[in-house]
Write a protein that binds this ligand. Sequence first.
Ligand SMILES: Cc1ncc(COP(=O)(O)O)c(C=O)c1O
Length: 407
Amino acid sequence: MPISPPPGRWHDVARATGLLAPDGAVAQTIFAEMTALAARTGAINLGQGFPDVDGPDYVKEAAKAAIDAGRNQYGPGDGAPELRRAIADHQHRHYGLDVDPDGEVLVTTGATEALAASILALAGPGDEVVTLEPYYDSHAASIALAGATHVPVPLTAGDLRLDAAALRAAVGPRTRLIVLNTPHNPTGTVLTRAELEQVAAIAREADVVVLTDEVYEHLTFDDAVHVPIATLPGMAERTLTVSSSGKTFSLTGWKIGWVHGPAELVTAVRTVKQFLTYVSGTPFQPAIARALADDETPRALAASLSSRRDLLCEGLTAAGFDVVVPQGTYFVVADGGHLLDRLGAADGHELCRRLPDLAGVVGVPVSAFCRAGSATSEALATRVRFTFVKREDVLRDAVERLHGLAH
Ligand SMILES: Cc1ncc(COP(=O)(O)O)c(C=O)c1O
């Protein structure tokens, strides 16, 4: 006899991420569903955002050398000293931030753990955590794990930008954290200095901490510039900045991330992190320390992603999608509204289910990054996210396949 699902906080996590059906059944994530669909149909998977070319050989060699040199046991709780120093140097070199590698930096198991540990450390039942909507799903999951209340603030529907008035209205006496993500997944929006100044003013007035997810910090295009909110006046003392090596160096499976901020906040996060994973991947850390001194690899990746973005955006437009050209990340949001009737799909989710058969390509509906049934989810119901972090020949193939949709 099948056992009934156990009670527990996992229900809240599943509900917060849209995975809990009314009858209590747990759905797989949209990424798992679409990846399985791609595998079954032989479609090109532009649903999941990981690169199909690995990061630099010298970084891989450095990890192998660290293994051979015996760096295979638990390392220091804060992370390898050379990596913490490299993170502080990186923040100073790129953004002029003064970060103390001893006490203000914590190495984590990917940005995911940095975000989860920060949210668990700083928010709990009765507290509110504000995010933009759409949002990266692990933000919602961590807020649910903490038992806090998630308050999503919609981006503007047309151009997917910050709605400062909506943010101001959402922040109140119970708000503990504003979670930002710039460059933003799934929309590719890069918040401008002016937008970030509005967020900063709201955070300062309400005396709340900003937790900023900057994993795509180096993946910006054209004249878009990534501005860490910690660089704005009065913000370094109330900001936890999260990033990771996964996107920057095309090593998403290594899961080396970090968080930095004022010592008191980092102490709070460390207190939680040490009981989540204790420490993170010892031999990868000296390798990422070497990578972080290399500004050329991320620059070259951004340049090549910019032309791959153009290729995919042109292909999607030719196929009948309306595209908001992303300024950063490796995702593009395309509106399939004009295609739905002709293709017999009710919304973006159904379009994604049918795209493998119709065009041999897989994307994910943007509604998966929204709260189920929210106004944003409705407003963005016809939009689909595609990744362009695939080899150019793969993208050309995808564009050719998509071309069939227009006829
Ligand atoms: C916005 C955002 N934050 C965090 C992550 C996860 O980063 P990591 O693999 O370093 O945990 C991702 C990965 O897709 C992401 O898109």
